[in-house]
Design a binder for this molecule. Structure first.
Ligand SMILES: *[C@@H]1O[C@H](CO)[C@@H](O)[C@H](O)[C@H]1NC(C)=O
Ligand SMILES: *[C@@H]1O[C@H](CO)[C@@H](O)[C@H](O)[C@H]1NC(C)=O
Ligand SMILES: *[C@@H]1O[C@H](CO)[C@@H](O)[C@H](O)[C@H]1NC(C)=O
Length: 494
């Protein structure tokens, strides 16, 4: 099948000289590939783009390549992102936002069009290696109160037909990233899907199974810890726990394994004890809340990676860790909603500008993370509170700045929480100024702000300088001018 070409190209072997050598080689290869336990888990990343300062997609793709990351999960099918992934050989999961499910579930034409526009045109030789389509993102989340759940399976049925028409049904697999709140239990072995989801989950899992697709789950020990003051801190990590969970003959020393086995118990109840599992999101934020800091994020992520790469597996699946895990997240996304908490904008293993936050060995060949190259920053200047002005009337300006821009590090538990009242104001002014691409007027604040060329960062508290994903100004209008001229010439020739 044409789509396997990426795969075969990468794995191409040197030409054997004789038929015998070919046979010996082939037999050995087959024996090896069938007798060994399945390959170790692959580490991938989530690439979200809800940021005020987006890196150029090509810069991010270089970042992935430099860090030898071979799998990336997206939340939509942004043409700029997919364009940058073209020819990269990186395996891609594209996503369908929940608000498109109603349409796709009710219209085969809409499903056909979605597949044509967002999958088939990319999945060609030398194109984008799309392997999965995520149908919705956590569509069964309890807080959605069921508003998306009935669309999921009908959407999958429509899309499967569309993929079949495009000859892609065997290659591109439909999956549904589920939040771990889809199942519940106090003990892993008692795991079961939420009662109101039993019927949908039965259909979903049977669909996945018949297409050889994995169950995708997002597991967040951080949120368990954040939301529950009784949760033992060390149970969230992988260093052993003074509060292990005993479940019959099995003992759990970390929340990740306990959660994973709860899912396996739930799948077993539906009759699919062997269903492959992929972790769609897992990670730890580095700022914006107590317990969210650089050390905790590094210790969790490194512990997780070492744990899954050890191939130990869990009590219910010894020796069989998840197929793939996608870290959440590649980059910080400073424009995300803070409804879940101020930490929500700080999940990246890299900051928004592609700089590694801490040393992390992804187990992919590099010992530490490599920073993004050729990042195009705005000039090195910042907006701060004017020290010669009376700042007693600043409250409204600050409120506006922080409503529009990101000030989450200022809050309790954040890296900028201790910088004082004036520091707070400067931080807010600067966030807003950078968001406005350093537009001069955006640092005015009725004369209370001023631009400085001295970096106001203090200790761990970093005052950012924005990045630009735009090409040098003047380039685009010039392009447009060329296109206009060509059209005009064409018009006159006709
Ligand atoms: C393709 O995906 C993009 C990005 O998610 C979306 O905006 C667009 O509507 C999709 N195309 C169709 C035909 O649905
Ligand atoms: C700075 O702002 C944060 C967040 O609003 C607040 O918690 C902190 O108390 C402020 N610091 C001072 C000195 O006002
Ligand atoms: C502008 O974009 C082109 C094509 O995308 C790229 O080759 C070039 O390096 C970019 N220029 C700058 C200054 O980034």
């Amino acid at each position: 099948m044409k789509l396997q070409s990426h795969h075969f190209e990468r794995d191409r072997m040197p030409k054997p000289t004789t038929l015998a050598a070919t046979l010996v080689f082939a037999v050995t290869f087959l024996l090896l590939s069938f007798s060994l336990p399945s390959a170790e888990s692959a580490i991938g990343v989530n690439w979200g783009t809800i940021s005020f300062h987006r890196l150029k997609p090509s810069t991010v793709v270089d970042l992935l390549k430099d860090n030898k990351i071979q799998k990336v999960k997206l939340f939509d099918a942004d043409p700029d992102v997919l364009g940058a992934l073209t020819g990269s050989g990186i395996q891609v999961m594209v996503g369908i936002p929940n608000d498109m499910l109603a349409t796709l579930s009710s219209s085969t034409a809409a499903a056909d069009l979605w597949v044509r526009q967002n999958v088939s045109r990319y999945v060609v030789k030398g194109g984008v290696d799309i392997r999965y389509v995520a149908v919705g993102n956590e569509p069964f989340l309890s807080s959605y109160a069921g508003q998306f759940q009935s669309y999921v399976v009908p959407t999958m049925l429509n899309l499967q037909q569309s993929l079949a028409k495009a000859n892609l049904a065997g290659y591109v697999k439909l999956v549904v990233p589920c939040n771990a709140d889809a199942y519940e239990s106090t003990l892993p072995s008692q795991g079961a899907f939420r009662p109101e989801l039993t019927q949908i989950m039965t259909q979903l899992v049977s669909f996945l199974n018949s297409n050889g697709a994995p169950f995708i789950v997002n597991i967040y020990p951080f949120l368990s810890l954040y939301g529950n003051s009784d949760f033992p801190q060390d149970y969230a990590f992988f260093e052993g726990s003074s509060h292990p969970v005993t479940d019959g003959a099995n003992v759990y020393y970390n929340a990740f394994d306990g959660n994973y086995d709860t899912l396996i118990a739930a799948l077993t109840k539906l009759g699919y004890p062997q269903m492959p599992i992929v972790i769609g999101e897992v990670g730890w934020p580095s700022d914006g809340a107590i317990g969210a800091d650089l050390t905790a994020a590094r210790v969790f992520n490194q512990g997780l990676i070492n744990h899954v790469l050890s191939n130990k597996g869990t009590p219910l699946r010894p020796g069989a860790p998840p197929m793939d895990i996608y870290l959440f997240s590649l980059l910080d996304e400073g424009a995300k909603s803070v409804l879940p908490g101020n930490f929500e904008r700080h999940w990246g293993i890299f900051s928004f500008d592609g700089q590694a936050k801490y040393p992390l060995n992804l187990g992919l060949g590099n010992r530490v993370l490599k920073n993004a190259r050729n990042v195009e920053y705005l000039p090195s200047r910042w907006c701060v509170a004017n020290p010669s002005r009376d700042l007693s009337d600043v409250a409204n300006h600050m409120k506006l700045a922080c409503t529009v821009a990101d000030c989450t590090t200022l809050n309790y538990g954040g890296s900028c929480n201790g910088i004082g009242a004036k520091g707070n104001i400067s931080y807010a002014f600067n966030s807003y100024y950078q968001l406005q691409m350093q537009n001069e007027k955006s640092c005015d604040f009725d004369g209370l702000g001023m631009v400085t060329f001295l970096d106001p960062s203090v200790g761990e508290c970093r005052f950012l300088v924005g990045v630009t994903d735009k090409n040098a100004s003047g380039f685009r209008p010039y392009n447009r001018w060329i296109i206009t001229s060509i059209l005009l010439v064409w018009f006159f020739i006709m």
